[in-house]
Design a protein around this ligand. Structure first.
Ligand code: GLU
Length: 299
């Protein structure tokens, strides 16, 4: 149930040093909650165990504390919630929303017939729009066990069919955007089921090597933590549509979204984890104060 208290969160992956862009996101989420007497939460998104490192996680706590942020403990760590993700994944499977997929990226590329030579294959917020190769493996009868050794995809048009009278073709998905998307999208953002089928497609609900996906985990975690306002970079604006669809299917509340502009380097390129030059720890070691960091990111 949604309460009146604003709850925001910062959800970094411990796969590298936090840089100025992370500082901006964390400070913004923190300040928004504090201004309204709400709560700011931290969540460690470490489902990709091949890339997550304890030393990066330790550095996250150190950097954020240095910036003057405070959050309740224990902190939610995604690696400790794999059973919860698996349970919901099974729910999608058992209800005929999902199919198992053993395509490699290369298989997907080959199955996509580009309309003309040299044309870029269609991509959406989850990457290449899946051409449907493995769809026949859907658990239509409701009796097939979910395989444990393949990826599991959401069958997007099953969402349209299965939601039945609760969701007809003219219905729209929507969410409230209080920041803005990369093309200045703001306010009530709406998109149709058909848009989702055409421009998002059968997204991966669980990667073979992880048993879950960023989308499934983030949706379940935001709901489990009662997050009311998701503050994050505008690069995730289109991805939010996937999250809204999953919330609808799972009957979870859709938080308010606040996407912010990305901090860029002098050449206008967005910062990446490997941009150690912009790491918060580097600025700190060079004598910068948390106030200096706030000024650098425009807060
Ligand atoms: N873990 C994601 C990242 O580090 C953030 C996802 C989100 O805020 O929803 O980019």
């Amino acid at each position: 149930m949604q309460t009146d208290t604003m709850i925001t969160r910062f959800a970094p992956s411990p796969t590298g040093p936090l840089h100025l862009g992370h500082a901006y996101s964390a400070l913004l989420a923190h300040d928004m909650a504090m201004e309204r007497g709400g709560d700011f939460l931290l969540r460690i998104e470490d489902i990709d165990q091949s890339r997550a490192r304890p030393e990066w996680e330790a550095q996250i706590y150190q950097d954020l504390k240095w910036l003057g942020l405070w959050w309740p403990t224990p902190v939610m760590r995604q690696s400790e919630r794999l059973d919860a993700y698996r349970d919901k994944l099974r729910w999608f499977w058992n209800h005929g929303y999902a199919f198992s997929c053993s395509c490699s990226r290369r298989d997907v590329m080959e199955a996509m017939s580009a309309p003309q030579e040299g044309a870029e294959p269609a991509t959406g917020p989850d990457g290449l729009i899946y051409p449907g190769t493995c769809r026949a493996s859907t658990n239509k009868s409701g009796t097939v066990q979910m395989p444990e050794d393949t990826a599991i995809r959401l069958m997007m048009d099953a969402v349209a069919r299965k939601q039945g009278s609760a969701f007809t073709g003219s219905d729209l998905f929507s969410f409230e955007e209080t920041g803005q998307g990369p093309n200045s999208e703001t306010g009530r953002i709406e998109f149709s089921m058909q848009d989702a089928i055409d421009t998002i497609g059968d997204i991966v609900l669980a990667r073979r090597d992880m048993g879950t996906s960023y989308h499934l985990s983030v949706v379940l975690d935001d709901a489990a933590q009662g997050v009311t306002h998701v503050v994050r970079g505008e690069d995730l604006f289109e991805t939010t549509k996937i999250h809204v669809i999953l919330q609808r299917v799972l009957k979870l509340p859709t938080p308010v979204y606040h996407h912010h502009t990305l901090i860029r380097d002098d050449a206008g390129k967005r910062l990446a984890k490997r941009d150690d030059a912009r790491a918060i720890s580097k600025y700190r070691d060079e004598g910068a104060t948390p106030e200096d960091i706030r000024k650098m990111v425009g807060l």
